[in-house]
Design a binder for this molecule. Sequence first.
Ligand SMILES: Cc1cc2nc3c(=O)[nH]c(=O)nc-3n(C[C@H](O)[C@H](O)[C@H](O)COP(=O)(O)OP(=O)(O)OC[C@H]3O[C@@H](n4cnc5c(N)ncnc54)[C@H](O)[C@@H]3O)c2cc1C
Length: 415
Amino acid sequence: MNAANSKPLLVVGAGIAGITTALEAAEAGQEVVLLEREPSVGGRVLKNHQYFPKMCPPACGMEINTRRLERNSRLRVLMQAQLESATRSGGGWQVKVRQSPEYVTSACTACGDCSKVCPSKVADPFNLGLVQVPAIRIPHTDAWPRRYVLDREACPTGCQACADVCKAKAVVLDAKERTEELEVGAIVVATGWAPYSLEKLPELGGGVIPDVVSNVQLERFAAPAGPTGGKILRPSDGQPPKRVAFVQCAGSRDVNHLAYCSAVCCTASAKQALYVRQQLPEAAVTVYYIDRRMPGRNESMLVEAEAAGVKFVKGKVGKIRQGDGGAVVMRVEEIEAGRLGEVEADLVVLATGMEPRGLGGKGLPIKLDADGFVLDDRAAGVFAAGVARRPEDVAATVRDATGAAAKALCATRSV
Ligand SMILES: Cc1cc2nc3c(=O)[nH]c(=O)nc-3n(C[C@H](O)[C@H](O)[C@H](O)COP(=O)(O)OP(=O)(O)OC[C@H]3O[C@@H](n4cnc5c(N)ncnc54)[C@H](O)[C@@H]3O)c2cc1C
């Protein structure tokens, strides 16, 4: 059976993994439906300031992909959409997809008039809730589709300022949720990851000490469109830190938290240590690690960080407390020096790991491993791609997602 008369492939999640799988399959002739639960595609990669190994803004690579998405008539992208149910049907799946109400339609020209008159503010999900933005807004500067989104629950009763000002008549305040049933030949789960919560690490000051932040927060602090306009500052007093410490394996490779290695945190911290040295050349930057796991070309980040004066100390940080005069005090076992003692910093970055997100719903057709990552199930025609399958960086995700497209193509063509 050729691709033209096989059932479509369903890809859930439009991060770099889902986009890659969907594009590779569609460009090979397969009809594809790509679901994304957020109002724009790209996933977590776009929240980075720069991405290793090239250290370019993540929007660069994503722009090429969104152009490919736009041009491919075999690909349907459903935004703010989630898989509601899936039942076996004729060797494939009958699925129900739920789409949130489309309060801003494709008629939106992204002029921004609605944001200017909006009286209501919400915590900005793109900036991890660290700043307030109007309830109607563009999700972020590089959003695709380039369309505003409305947080309807935040609207004051009776307010229709955005609808009144919209010249394109794109705001529909009484839009309704929609459901759609589809017959698909195979499913690729590319739902990615969520950061391990800082609040689960109170012994390391997570959620308790203001100047203990996570690696994902640091990406936003360093980004020009982030909450500090790209300045790396201490949250407690808004001052540039003079001593910055990175704590590796914060809640990772630890049976009390995440038992596994998240594979990217060592390279991400070397990258972030470079952000600090480039922006604050006087700051002392130390990375406390158990092992340095930066395979392949990611090792160049270690070389660059060391050349830039970043100090790497083999040592386990066991406890972090608030010290005097705003200092953050870490209890560290420095393994090579054979020393156990306390070290001060002004800003501590916890390298927290990635937790798989799965499909979230009940009764959906996925098998998980012991850590919650999605397993391929060839017999059922369900495959995993990207960090939904295992922790990995973007380059590995793209390879993995291309493989998932190939496996799913075989499955859809045999249905
Ligand atoms: C601090 C940090 C820095 C990093 N820096 C780099 C770097 O510089 N270079 C690099 O190569 N890698 C980096 N990484 C790793 C990189 O972020 C991942 O490799 C990448 O995000 C994996 O993409 P993904 O598509 O698998 O997942 P995600 O980026 O999480 O995308 C998943 C998508 O699925 C959507 N989704 C989730 N659930 C559902 C659902 N139920 N229904 C519909 N849609 C859903 C999400 O909204 C999202 O759009 C970093 C990681 C961390 C923690």
